[in-house]
Write a protein that binds this ligand. Sequence first.
Ligand SMILES: [Zn+2]
Length: 215
Amino acid sequence: MIDCAQLRQSVWQANRSLPESGLVKWAQGNASGRDPETNLVAIKPSGVQLDRLQVEQIVIVDLDGNIVDGDMKPSIDTASHLHVYRHRDDVNGIVHTHSPHATSFAVRGEPIGVYTTTAAALFGGEIPISGFATIGEEAIGREIVAKIGESSAILMRNHGVFTIGATPNEALKYAIYVEEEAEIIDLALQKGPLKELDSELVAEARRMYLHDYGQ
Ligand SMILES: [Zn+2]
């Protein structure tokens, strides 16, 4: 048996952080992670209340969706997460939420434009909107791969948010910032019309973030 303890722990942590960060309610949403060495994926079990999720309930699957370890049925979105992992070697963490401000853009079928230097730095451009995709098979994953481009987040049409990262924790960070950005825009729109940041400022903030920010 391959030791999945670390992978399971990091994915459990990301899932538990979803309700703690106010991004999901009850059993909504999910987080997964891939071990790049073994290509095994850890993901939330289906229909389990996230604030009660136990680390041993995290399900380990291979890239074809076969359960490698775990007693529970994996998330309904598992096939879509696996589709993304199979097509993006750079992605080792995926987070999905229905966070309300960002999802309000998804139900309107609108991308989230760039209005703050934070969004410019983190996303480097607008957060794209997908086409319609049904839940349960790979359709959501295909939309993510086809439409996310250089972004680390995508709005799933009439559904919610998917974010990708090098780790589950990085994908969680993007999910938190997508919701914050959407909330800021919603608040600012109540005060009147808005103008997006111009593309030079966006590119400059992005450059700084990629080259100078952090430890
Ligand atoms: Zn969902």
